[in-house]
Structures are given as C-alpha cells and as structure tokens.
Design a protein around this ligand. Sequence first.
Ligand code: FAD
Length: 459
Amino acid sequence: MSETFDAIVIGTGQSGPALAARLSGAGMKVAVVERKRFGGTCVNNGCIPTKALVASARAAYMARRGGDFGVMIGGDIAVDMAKVKARKDAIVARSTQGVEGWMKGLENATVYQGHGAFEGPRTVRVGDATLEAGKIFINVGARASTPPIPGIETVPYLNNSSIMEVDFLPEHLLVLGGSYIGLEFGQMFRRFGAEVTIINRGPRLISREDEDVSEAVREILENEGIRVLTDTGDWRIEKRGDGLACLMTCGGAATEAEGSHLLVATGREPNTHDLGLEAAGVSLDARGFIEVDDQLRTNVEGIWAIGDCNGRGAFTHTSYNDHEIVAANLLDDDPRRVSDRITTYGLFIDPPLGRVGMTEREVRASGRKALIGRRPMSRVGRAVERSETQGFMKVLVDAETKEILGASLLGIGCDEIVHSLLDMMYAKAPYTVIQRAMHIHPTVTELIPTMLGELEPLN
Ligand SMILES: Cc1cc2nc3c(=O)[nH]c(=O)nc-3n(C[C@H](O)[C@H](O)[C@H](O)COP(=O)(O)OP(=O)(O)OC[C@H]3O[C@@H](n4cnc5c(N)ncnc54)[C@H](O)[C@@H]3O)c2cc1C
C-alpha cells in the first residue's frame, strides 16, 4: 500500500503534534507516525511524570517539616509508593490520551502507529504502508544511554524510563550521574524515604553551571542526607547479595558505595540509528544528531529535524520552539531562526534553579565589561516567611549596553521568577527598566529590582 501526502511527521514528541496541527490547519494532507506512546518523552517518562513525582516528594518533605510551621502531625510520615505512582500514571495518561486524541481527530491527517523508517528522501515505510511526501519532519527524540561500565550487565539497573514503573521504596538508591535528571530523581527518592548516593564523574555537580551554583545545589542535597561523591572514576559495578556496589576512585583514592538499586542517569542519545537516514542521505554529526541549519532544515531538501534529535536543544520548550520556527518559515512568511532564542531552562530540585542566558563563567570568558548582582535567599522576605531560605539569586549585566546577559536563580519559585528577566532579554531592554518597575510585596520577584539596584563591577 502506498499513499501520497503533502507532509509526513515522524514522532509525536513536543514539536511533531503541534506542527502536524499547523500543517493540517493550512489544508495540507498530513501523515503522523508514532511507534510507541503519543506525546513522547516529556509526557510519558520525562518532564510531566518527574514533576508529578517531585510534587509527591515535596508533599512528604513538607509533612516532615510540619513542626517547623507549628503543624503537628502525629507519628512517622509514610509514603505509599503505589499511590505515588498511581497519581503520576493518571497525570501521564491524561496527557498521552490528550495527544493521541488530538492527532487522531485532526482534519486532513492520518495516524500510523508503528516504526517509521526512510526508504528514500521522499519515502517513509511504516509496517506495510509506504508513505510519500515532499515535506518530511523528523521528531524522533532521544533515549537514555548507558555507558560501558564493567559489571553493569551483572545487575538489574534503572534508567529514566524504567524508574517510572517503580512502585516500591528502594532501600538505597545509587544514582550514577550528577546532572539534571540524576539530581531530580536523587532528591525525590530521598524524600520518599530511601537512602541515596549520587556518584558524579566530574569534580562538581551540574558542571555546566557556575561553581557557586554547583556548590549550593550540593549543599541543598547534603542537607537532606544525600551522600554526594564527586571527582570519581574507574566505575565498576559488582553484585552484592540482593544489592550491588559501585567500586570507584573518588578524588584519586579507591572507594565504594553499596546500594539496593541503581539508576543510570549519565546521558541521552538521539533516536537516529534506526530511521534509515542513510537511504534518505540525511547527515548526522559525530554524536548521531541530525545536522540542521538555523531554520532546522537538514542537508536534504524537503526534510527537517525538530526536537532533541537535532542536538540544538534538549528540552520540551526548545522542541516546541522548533515547531514554531518551522511553521513560521513555511506558513507565515516569517523567517524565525534557532539563533533568535535565548538559552533558558530549569533544574527541578526543590528549591528549583531557573537559568537564563550566560553563566558568570561565560561572561568572564567573553572579556566584556559586566556588572553583577547577587542576593542570598535568606535576604528575601517571601523565602524567610516560608522558612525556605536555601539558595541565592545572581544576575549579570553588560556594563555598556545595560542589557541583561544572564541569571542563575536558585530558590523557591525561581523556575517562574526567571521569566521576568528572560522577557526583558527578549525585549532587549536595559536592566534599568525592570529596576524601576514596582513589583508586588511580598514576593521573591520584588527583590529583582532591588538586586539590579545593587550591581557591582564584575572583577
Ligand atoms: C527524566 C526526564 C526529565 C525531563 N525533564 C524536563 C523538564 O523538566 N523540562 C524540559 O524542558 N525538558 C525535560 N526533559 C527533556 C524533554 O523530555 C525532551 O527534551 C522533550 O520530550 C523533547 O523531545 P522531542 O520533541 O525531541 O521528542 P520526544 O518527546 O522524545 O518524542 C519522540 C517521539 O518519537 C517517537 N519515535 C522515535 N523514533 C520513531 C520512529 N522511527 N518512528 C515512529 N516514531 C518514533 C517516540 O516513540 C516518541 O514518542 C526531561 C527528560 C527526561 C528524560
């Protein structure tokens, strides 16, 4: 069976569905291909389920802290992991079904459930069906990768997908990887009641961030009783009874960490290995990401790559923004580009980190004249009222243009508050605009103008 379309969308991640809707809305005949669960990583085993679990973990944490607020809860705080998982599953199911219903209900669109692979630059095969189109959009995402660690094959281990099925409390979770995913799961399981050890290769956690941010994050985790090992190497996994041990060097000396369960959170790789891209002539970079230009076109005319598989972002918002760029160029005569966007993301430990633009390290490396403002959360009224004073806010400004260069906000609500700076950056407005704005009291955001009024030269 062969059918011809105007457009084929492979994968229903965070950009494919929205793009399919735009294309079908513009009157195009569209094929949507999904081999697994509609909505992809974010919906099924990424952002949405992890944040649902983080919310349960925070509820447990706040219940244990009830006494700090004069709220007395008798007895130990117990976490029912089956209920935690059921709540998360219900939230996921709503989102997955929402995307599935949306795609199946689109006018002019046909949904194919199966693995899609190119047979040529205009041809995609899904099972028995051969689909032809002049425009093909690849939104196949990425998956957890496991590095070659000696002994890992001797133990069952979890990754960000399989951990979603955990409905029990691991006695002691070892987390390999001290980056965003590892830290979110590590803190969450500690709050559920597990012992947790985080093992990081590099000398500090979340090494893309500034050192003061890494240090403050480490302190937050250690304050909750998480063991954090950094500067480790030569990992070797050994089965020990019902559990396991990770043997390693730590700061050059031999050491080990024992646990009951292992989560491997060391990185992700694109789903480009089984797409038949060679049949289409689409180029990959050395790490397997699809090479694209600033408007997300691959080297083959009529084929675009959007979302994590193009290596231009690793977030739901970057993937969604990819669809906006492609749709703007194709349908709106608006030449939007990837380079128009400003880097921004969150780390959803509690309290969260909201990041935008350049780090302090990047600003220093750029050699430009800059100003810096810094405020500990212990000097933020809202944080004090809530007895949640961990973290700090830091903002960097260009001394000559007065434009905001970047910010790292670590503290309660900072995943939301960072947008006040992000929007100023998109407006290319000088920091003095926000410095003069009157904000609501008592909020965390009211201290942003204050912090901007206390800038000092970055020496
Ligand atoms: C644990 C975790 C937490 C995260 N938290 C956040 C967060 O808080 N905020 C954030 O912004 N980002 C977060 N992310 C990242 C975010 O989930 C991804 O960046 C986002 O899902 C974008 O993915 P995508 O659109 O590229 O494709 P995906 O969402 O990965 O979807 C790709 C889809 O393509 C399908 N597919 C693949 N190959 C084929 C094929 N050959 N044929 C047919 N279908 C195919 C897959 O089944 C899948 O449905 C998190 C990720 C993880 C793992």
